[in-house]
Structures are given as C-alpha cells and as structure tokens.
Design a protein around this ligand. Structure first.
Ligand code: GRF
Length: 205
C-alpha cells in the first residue's frame, strides 16, 4: 500500500538551503511528503524567492503586522491549518513559537540545529562549538517545545572538527549533514516510524 504523502509546512527566515534540500527530496520521491506552503517572517528571505521559483506556494507573515506575539502565532497557525499542514518544519526560522502555537500541532513541529544538542543551543552554534574546542560537532533534529532548542531529540549527525577549521569551514561541513539528515527524519515521520516515551524518541528502522 502506498502511504498518503504527509502534508508539511516549512517555516523560514533566511537562506533556505534546508528548505531546498527537503523540496529536492520530496520532488524526487524519496520523502513521502507534500509541501503545502512555505512561510517566512521576513519578506527579504532568499528562501521565499527560492520556494516561489520552484512553484511552491509561499507567503510572508510579518510580525510587525500583528499587535502581539500571540496574535502573530495565531495567524501563523491558522495559515498552516488552512493549508492542511500536519507537520511544521522549521528550517532556519528565527522566532520562538509560543506554547499556544505548539498545542495546535502536538508532536508536530520539528527543528534542525547546527550542533549536537544539548551542547551549544541558540544562535551561532557552529562558532560556539569551534571556540569551545570540541573535537566533534554536528547537527540535531528535534521536536520543538517552548524552550530554545530544548525539545526531544529525534536524530543527530556527527562531524569531526579539524585542526585547521574555521567557524565557516566547520559550518559548511555541518550543513552537508543537515541537508542529508533533515529529509531523512521527515521521511521517518511520514512513514509513522517515530515513537516517543517521555522525551526519549525511538525510530523503527
Ligand atoms: C541552519 O544552519 C539550521 O541548522 C539553523 O539555521 C540554518 C538555516 O539555514 N537552524 P538555511 O536557511 O536552511 O540555509
């Protein structure tokens, strides 16, 4: 039996390379999902332009058009619901989502972070890891909760930190793994292979 493609919405704020990796994987049939909509909080985000060029439905919801964070999150959730989205994929989306928003998509919001959580949460994770002097870093895909990069971990990929790395070369090596791992996790979720016990996530391979 062929499973129904999982309807996903991708939230972006910037460059859009993870959005592109996911869109490529969906387009070539390796991830059984359908991208219902791409939403940016920034009109100038390159990701919006890239999504439109691919013929994806894309729109911008600007926080300044809403009186409060609550009103913004409500509008965001309403747009995603209207498009039939069941899995919300954060791909470089630079805003924290409120508990009210998350309650509308139980276990249905995921994020990718460019470090091995719980180390180096927040901004500039690749630089923080490099400055700290860790010998391995990587990326983490996790369910989103109301904290900053604190939700249950679904999968991680490890990359070595080399002696001659700069924050930029390390970030580039991590990004290659992000583009591989994020579509893979969406595939697992679409195939119903992910379960959770407390905050321990298990994947049936
Ligand atoms: C990625 O490094 C991702 O891990 C982080 O934000 C960056 C987004 O890059 N959450 P892009 O917009 O997908 O190119």
């Amino acid at each position: 039996m062929v499973a129904r493609p999982l309807p996903i919405g991708i939230l972006v704020s910037g460059r859009g390379s993870n959005m592109e990796a996911i869109a490529d994987a969906v387009a070539c049939g390796s991830v059984p999902a359908r991208i219902q909509v791409v939403i940016s909080d920034r009109p100038e985000a390159r990701a919006l332009e890239l999504a439109r060029r691919r013929g994806l439905k894309a729109c911008c919801l600007e926080p300044r058009d809403y009186p409060s964070r609550q009103a913004y999150d409500q509008a965001l959730a309403a747009t995603l619901k209207k498009e039939g989205v069941e899995l919300v994929v954060l791909a470089g989306f630079m805003r924290l989502l409120s508990q009210d928003f998350l309650d509308q998509f139980p276990d249905g919001v995921i994020n990718i972070h460019p470090a091995l959580l719980p180390a180096f949460p927040g901004l500039n994770a690749q630089r923080k890891a490099w400055e700290y002097g860790v010998k391995f870093s990587g990326c983490t895909v996790h369910f989103v909760d109301a904290g900053t990069d604190t939700g249950p971990i679904i999968a991680q990929a490890v990359v070595p930190v080399k002696d001659d790395d700069t924050p930029e070369t390390l970030a580039a090596r991590i990004l290659v793994e992000e583009h591989r791992l994020y579509p893979e996790v969406i595939k697992w979720l679409a195939e119903g292979r992910v379960t959770m016990q407390g905050r321990r996530v298990k994947v049936k391979i």
